[in-house]
Design a protein around this ligand. Structure first.
Ligand code: GLU
Ligand code: ZN
Length: 309
């Protein structure tokens, strides 16, 4: 077995099929791992059944295979890990760092504050009515160095306040699950979309509270449609077709600033991926928040052009 100090991951939520935006993210994280001779894991973030689409998890895995993005080991499913999340919630409640919150959305809207005002801090035993569980934050800067976005600093008290780790409806929050699973899978490097940049200080905060290591982060620009909206299920991004993967991978590489030579459009999928891993440079990824992806109406490759946000 090759021992490497790099373990990366792609962690899609199975709310719909893989689209160009998610392929772009998956490819970048895959190449960064392969370029470091690292492991690359896939984890299904199926935490929120009402938002999920039947068959999407399978569909995403088949699409990754079709595009040659083969992962190491078993795919983890967050839906099987509730006991583990509950233990952490229990620990944080016991340590009095987390508390029950019965505020309704309306209560909080009426306060018109940017941050949760701390109303329910101190409620450490379960109330009669349904309650969310929030973790307490501090009025101190949280700093991390992002490989693409540079030094980042957030004050969680001023930017959102105490945040939810378990929802009133009993579902575990993304912030909690992602931190626990990244640690449980020994993830050392996280390459994901910049739309998650302001989640990262929440993740660092939980890592500190739970005494878990903080991985290295790199937040990529996201692909946006002609209206400037992030490609996503909500913006009706088209699924990537299971046709010839080469033109699509090529377009993603271009958008990632990797400058693939035109003749590689004639290459086989695995040759293209091999070239991409050998020549991968995170430094060449554009330092902007958004890259316009104009998908042709007919299934086929997308035109991806660089644009300032
Ligand atoms: N599951 C999250 C999403 O699909 C991504 C999680 C992550 O990369 O941290 O947006
Ligand atoms: Zn509250």
């Amino acid at each position: 077995m090759v021992l490497s100090s790099y373990t990366g991951r792609f962690a899609p939520s199975p709310t719909g099929p893989l689209h160009l935006g998610s392929l772009f993210t998956a490819l970048a994280s895959y190449l960064d791992a392969r370029a470091h001779q690292g492991q690359w894991l896939v984890r299904m973030e199926d935490l929120d059944p009402p938002r999920e689409m039947a068959g999407a998890a399978d569909n995403i895995l088949r699409a990754l295979e079709h595009y040659g993005l083969l992962w190491d080991g078993e795919v983890w499913f967050q839906s099987t890990r509730h006991t583990f999340y509950e233990e952490a919630v229990h620990y944080l409640l016991q340590e009095k760092i987390a508390f029950y919150c019965t505020c309704s959305r309306k209560d909080l809207q009426l306060l018109s504050a940017d941050s949760y005002p701390g109303t329910c801090r101190g409620r450490h035993s379960p109330p009669q009515e349904p309650a969310a569980i929030r973790v307490q934050v501090n009025d101190r800067p949280i700093r991390f160095d992002d490989a693409l976005q540079g030094p980042c600093e957030f004050n969680l008290q001023q930017e959102g306040g105490d945040f939810i780790i378990k929802r009133k409806d009993g579902l575990y929050a993304y912030h909690l699950a992602v931190v626990l699973d990244d640690a449980a899978q020994s993830i050392t490097h996280i390459v994901r979309g910049i739309d998650l940049l302001d989640s990262t200080p929440r993740h660092c905060h939980l890592q500190q509270l739970l005494r878990l290591p903080t991985p290295h982060y790199a937040h990529l620009p996201v692909l946006v449609n002609e209206q400037g909206q992030k490609l996503s299920k909500q913006t009706f991004a088209a699924p990537i077709p299971l046709a010839d993967p080469v033109p699509w991978l090529f377009e993603c590489l271009r958008a990632l600033g990797q400058q693939p030579p035109a003749e590689l459009l004639q290459a086989r999928r695995d040759e293209l991926l091999q070239w991409a891993a050998q020549h991968w440079s995170l430094d060449r990824v554009p330092r902007q928040q958004a890259i316009a992806a104009v998908t042709l109406c007919t299934p086929g490759p997308a035109h991806v052009t660089s644009k300032q946000p």
